[in-house]
Design a protein around this ligand. Sequence first.
Ligand SMILES: [Ca+2]
Ligand SMILES: [Ca+2]
Ligand SMILES: [Ca+2]
Length: 315
Amino acid sequence: MFQMNVELVDADDVTPSFSSDVIRLEFPEDIPVSTILYVAKAAVGASTNSTISYSLNVEANNDGYFSVDRWNGELRLRRALDREVTAFHRLSVAATTDNGHTGYLNVLLTVLDSNDHDPVFSQPSYTCHVTSTTSGNNPICTVTATDSDEKENGRIVYFILADDEALDLFHINPHSGAIYVNRTAPGNRTLTVVATDAGTLPRKSRALVVVTSDVSPTVNCAVDSLEMKIEENQPAYSIVGSVHLVSDDGTNVAVTRYQLTEDGGHQNFDIDVKTGEIMTKSILDRELSSNHTLSVSAVYSLPGMPALSQNTDNL
Ligand SMILES: [Ca+2]
Ligand SMILES: [Ca+2]
Ligand SMILES: [Ca+2]
């Protein structure tokens, strides 16, 4: 009599299985290449004495981003992630026994954003024009920047560079990039506008805004005439007073030279060409003359304008 023992093996015992069919991973896009993302571990039934090897399912769309170690199942990053290119990866790790039985693990990888993009202006420089009818309610122009990052890393805030001398003449809507005049500005000016994102470590870009204006500058003395008094018999080079120029729009007027154009013919006075301080050149004698009429001229320049000249004072 012939006896045959048949061992029935459950298919579940010979097919490698993972503790879960699906694993969900999240990693920032800036993790280094070679980072181990996960260790896949499959098992077969205790009655099966078979070695398991791991591989990436070639049908999975992984574009060379990942590799899996054949023997220990380490899933490793092979190419830098880029959320702006691919924000989500789906791949599949296969575990195969010597006998050719295969089980699968689906890996779903979400790429988290890092602030790796600067804001980019739509153009490197903008030109805006101001006329005498430009009001503060309508923007003279609008700058636009975009940022490829997500959420706060891509949220843009605009401002005019704080050290810009034209800062008090213009303002910008921090959210829309619309630029407004605070008051009519004569002359051509160049503003530097900055776009910054709202990331924890913000990234910034700059653009130039050239503002042209057909508004003629008007510059006046602080007063058209000044009355200054000095007691007689003061020593020569006593300060009588000083003159200075201001622009109608409050802009600093850079005076390069003050000059006395008339001092009554007596040549009793002098002026500091830089500060505008008027002083006596000799001791004044009230009995000789109790009034002196002086005229002052100034050579000055406004930002963006050529040097100009204006008579300023009658004293
Ligand atoms: Ca990126
Ligand atoms: Ca950004
Ligand atoms: Ca990013």
